[in-house]
Design a protein around this ligand. Structure first.
Ligand code: GLC
Length: 533
């Protein structure tokens, strides 16, 4: 293994949505002891780091992304003792643990906000974004909440509006206030001192807003199905230049500790995204790259996006790729069950840190949730738009017992109907399952410096197929050929390549020989070819 690479560069990140992973105490909601009980599954899978969505005290208006205490554990997930045990168990296996840090907003039940809203002259008034109404009584500007409606909430008691980029139960902190900065960095320090290996920073590009509160302009490309938030372009409410100083301060703190990582959630075009690496790489280690989530599943589109991303990276900036998360439709639903296998090969053989979402290794699909069972505020607030995120947050499927072995009582969200065949136990037994495909590629990636650290070179693409090389001085080069369609596809490589297909998307592990430059790829097929050096 190349000694120069750090764990967060060579290893794979696995996101756990803790409510849905494993319920150890039979209340229908996953918990920390549940993660501990399943940790050997994750270790055997071959991932390096676990990122857990928020586990802190919260009224759960946004399922934990509304935090009322940054330095404690929500009893629904367990106790601080359980957390310490989890951290120990993770580290004992040479793995890493990342927490979800939510700096942009707190819960409206956080003591800071309760104080802040109590009176205009409360010392914490300025910790949040309080503004007077316009002369006609209306909100300070036209900014919208991501979850629907105006981003301004009128406070009758103190006769001012406060800003909330998400729910009104999630008031935005005022990051221009040095006391807020200090308090939030202290919260990060609390967990770093405990030994957590880093953070995923929630909605990092929202943290600072235009000081003049200028109106956002209309979005000329708005389509009717989109959230109402998209009717405007959030030019003044997000991605302000001053945000980078905040990222820098978080990075500085992280750098006081050894080998910790700062990952930032940012949905922005590549050019703006790159700025979050910071001047001289003093920002986030990994500004999340969501292109595999957002782009159409077409070989030529993805090929061009990879090249554009690679060439836009700042010098020394480490790439990363994300295939799914708790906010977006599952990959297997978006592109189909067969193509989800191609996506696995792509994610794990591109250059950079891959992030996978729990259950994607089983090909879990979005689960249709009947209207009366919807609990996600995004779905409930815009009922006509089908924007609920519940379908991508359903319980992990462990075996074929009732509730998929996730719990012995009815879970907080219904389990997919396919759990009797789609579960870890069944897939472990089937050599050609997607789970075993993931395991095989993760193993291969771990053993190969070409795949985990090597350079990327595109060698062919068409509207159906993408082929590229991964190579490194210390290892055999690899050729990856992926058919993005369910039709056979012609491939013409400039050079002839000789080697062995070590993984095929349809079969998993194989050892067929490969000696060609021109050939036909079967439908839904993908190869990882170890080339002769
Ligand atoms: C992030 C989270 C999402 C949450 C939002 C508000 O986008 O991923 O789940 O609702 O921030 O905190």
């Amino acid at each position: 293994m190349d000694k120069k690479l750090l764990w967060w560069q060579s290893g794979v990140v696995y996101q756990i949505y803790p409510r849905s992973f494993y319920d150890s105490n039979c209340d229908g909601i996953g918990d920390l002891q549940g993660i501990i009980q399943k940790i050997d599954y994750l270790h055997a899978l071959g991932i390096k780091a676990i990122w857990i969505s928020p586990i802190f005290p919260s009224p759960m208006a946004d399922f934990g992304y509304d935090i009322s205490d940054y330095e404690a554990i929500h009893p629904i997930f367990g106790s601080m003792k359980d957390f310490d045990m989890l951290l120990e168990e993770v580290h004992a296996r040479g793995m890493k643990l990342l927490l979800d840090f939510v700096p942009n907003h707190t819960s409206d039940k956080h003591p800071w906000f309760i104080e802040s809203r109590s009176s205009k002259d409360n010392p914490r008034r300025d910790w949040y974004m309080w503004y007077d109404a316009l002369p006609d009584g209306s909100a300070p500007n036209n900014w919208l909440s991501v979850f629907g409606g105006s981003a301004w909430e009128w406070d009758h008691n103190t006769q001012q509006y406060y800003y909330h980029g998400f729910l009104k139960e999630q008031p935005d902190l005022n990051w221009r206030n040095p006391q807020v900065q200090e308090a939030m960095l202290n919260a990060m320090r609390f967990w770093l001192d405990k030994g957590v290996d880093g953070f995923r920073v929630d909605v990092a590009w929202h943290m600072i807003k235009d000081a003049q509160l200028r109106d956002n302009p209309p979005n000329p490309d708005y389509l009717q199905w989109q959230p109402t938030y998209d009717t405007l372009l959030p030019l003044f409410s997000t991605d302000q230049p001053e945000v980078h100083a905040i990222m820098e301060s978080m990075r500085q703190l992280t750098d006081e500790y050894e080998e910790r990582v700062l990952i930032a959630e940012i949905y922005l075009p590549i050019r703006q995204l790159m700025l979050y690496y910071g001047t001289d790489l003093n920002g986030a280690h990994l500004p999340f790259n969501f292109q595999l989530i957002s782009l159409p599943w077409k070989a030529d589109v993805i090929a061009r996006a990879i090249t554009a991303y690679e060439s836009a990276l700042p010098h020394g900036g480490w790439p990363n790729w994300v295939l799914g998360n708790h906010d977006r439709s599952r990959i297997a639903s978006r592109i189909g069950e067969q193509q989800a296998r191609i996506a696995a090969l792509l994610l794990l053989t591109l250059r950079g840190t891959p992030t996978m979402y729990y259950g994607d290794e089983l090909g879990l699909q979005d689960v249709a949730i009947p209207k009366h069972e919807i609990v996600d505020p995004q779905g409930l607030n815009m009922p006509d738009k089908d924007l609920s995120r519940d379908p991508f947050r359903t319980p992990m499927q462990w075996n074929n017992s009732p509730y998929a072995g996730f719990s012995i009582v009815k879970p907080w969200l219904r389990v997919s109907n396919d759990f009797q065949s789609r579960n870890t136990e069944a897939q472990e037994r089937s050599a050609s399952s997607i789970l075993n495909l993931y395991k095989e590629v993760l193993r291969l990636r771990k053993d190969s410096t070409s795949l985990s650290a090597g350079s990327y070179r595109e060698v062919f693409y068409s509207d159906k197929v993408l082929a590229y090389l991964r190579y490194d001085d210390h290892d055999n080069p690899y050729l990856i050929v992926l058919n993005f369609t369910d039709e056979k596809a012609f491939v013409s490589l400039k050079d002839e390549y000789h080697g062995q297909i070590v993984v095929s998307a349809s079969l998993g592990k194989t050892l067929a020989s490969f000696n060609t430059g021109v050939f036909e790829m079967p439908p839904n097929e993908g190869y990882i070819v170890r080339l002769r050096s």
